[in-house]
Design a protein around this ligand. Sequence first.
Ligand SMILES: Nc1ncnc2c1ncn2[C@@H]1O[C@H](COP(=O)(O)OP(=O)(O)O)[C@@H](O)[C@H]1O
Ligand SMILES: N[C@@H](CC(=O)OP(=O)(O)O)C(=O)O
Length: 453
Amino acid sequence: MKVVKFGGSSLASGEQVEKVYNIVVSDPKRKVVVVSAPGKRHGDDIKVTDLLISCAEGYLKNGEAPELVATVVERYASIARELSLSNEIIEKIEADLLELLAGDKSKPERYLDAVKASGEDNNAKLVAAYFNHQGVEAHYVNPKDAGLLVSNEPGNAQVLPESYDKLYELRNRPGIVIFPGFFGYTKDGEVLTFSRSGSDITGSILANGIKAELYENFTDVDAVYSVNPTIVEDPKEISELTYREMRELSYAGFSVFHDEALIPAFRAGIPVNIKNTNNPSAPGTRIVNERDNNNGPVVGIASDGGFCSIYVSKYLMNREIGFGRKILQILEDDNITYEHIPSGIDDVTIILRQGQMSADVEEKIISRIKAELNADEVIVEHDLALIMVVGEGMRHNVGTTAKAAKSLADAGVNIEMINQGSSEVSMMFGVKEVDEKRAVKALYEEFFARVMV
Ligand SMILES: Nc1ncnc2c1ncn2[C@@H]1O[C@H](COP(=O)(O)OP(=O)(O)O)[C@@H](O)[C@H]1O
Ligand SMILES: N[C@@H](CC(=O)OP(=O)(O)O)C(=O)O
């Protein structure tokens, strides 16, 4: 049995839903189909999830958002028209959405999650209706009914391990299971979503739950490329990646697959195949436990902006017991997570996502580090980008760091910091955000373009 997930771009229009149908029925092993909400039909379109967020915000602020509601309903209606489905299902979607929007707003974060989740929920109902219309037995299955339980973290929920045994029973459902991605239910029965792009996570959870032989993730590109295709034109496709490589790359900016989506599949040893809905015969990228390391040390280069660093120096820091713990406690007190901590004898740098720290919080943290740790110097640097060079082969190759550093120097990019992951599968370079694209292009040129000629 296989679990197949289709992203928002694969379900953005009636034409796309038809492709999804053809892909699913072409392989009888495709038992569980996870769907996202309708995504972008073209570059400047708006995803249904984003429209729903605006709807919820409108209701929270003004008690209504009639134009936005109409736009959401029209997205489903246009798909239904293209597929010659009756208007009954659209009337039901509209009535349910209006009821949801009029619901309890006393906990805005939870209200927002319930509204966001309706994007996938209604799309799963619509897709199931189309399969039935085509004469194929398919059933919409609600995550509560299937036993998909999540932690109590609005907008950032995680699956509860006890879900898996119950999810196994999905194997015995009749026909094809059409399952909405992106959300689950708390033990109290509330709808909460995963983080954005979280339908990938649902697919992986279900693959683990039903012990699928394969988790196919259909999107709008032929493969995972060795670098973001919006930065480098026509980059090299990756045919095979390890779970670890993909997780590092996803977390560092390869938005094609959610970084948290690898864990459930990895734990059950289920391979993941990323494929293109618009070109399903292309082999795509396989994510597996082990691969042959015969393609050079580096498999991919990812990047992401929006980071800052807190540099702390203090003479004889190395002798002070508990220094690191105390700094991290100060961050923890403000609920701040960090990404990396490169350190030296007398100094340490903490790299974090700058969006988590308002100007007030930043000021408070700096003065606490100065006062409570008696630091000689505390400097915060903003607008950094992190570039992650990833490859299992780096462990066995000498000189990869030197090559990377030289290519950045040749491109005139100043390296703010370097951190080699302790797993030796990744190497991180911190650069100024303005240099991000130039740096990625230089590294791509060094590790891919040159070896290909
Ligand atoms: N390294 C990469 N390889 C492939 N696609 C990438 C990469 N980095 C970023 N992307 C982007 O990810 C997009 C697919 O992800 P997403 O928009 O979330 O799709 P979906 O709608 O299927 O969930 C691609 O269109 C591409 O622009
Ligand atoms: N629709 C949700 C969840 C999701 O996974 O979407 P997509 O498959 O289009 O990335 C979002 O936009 O976050």
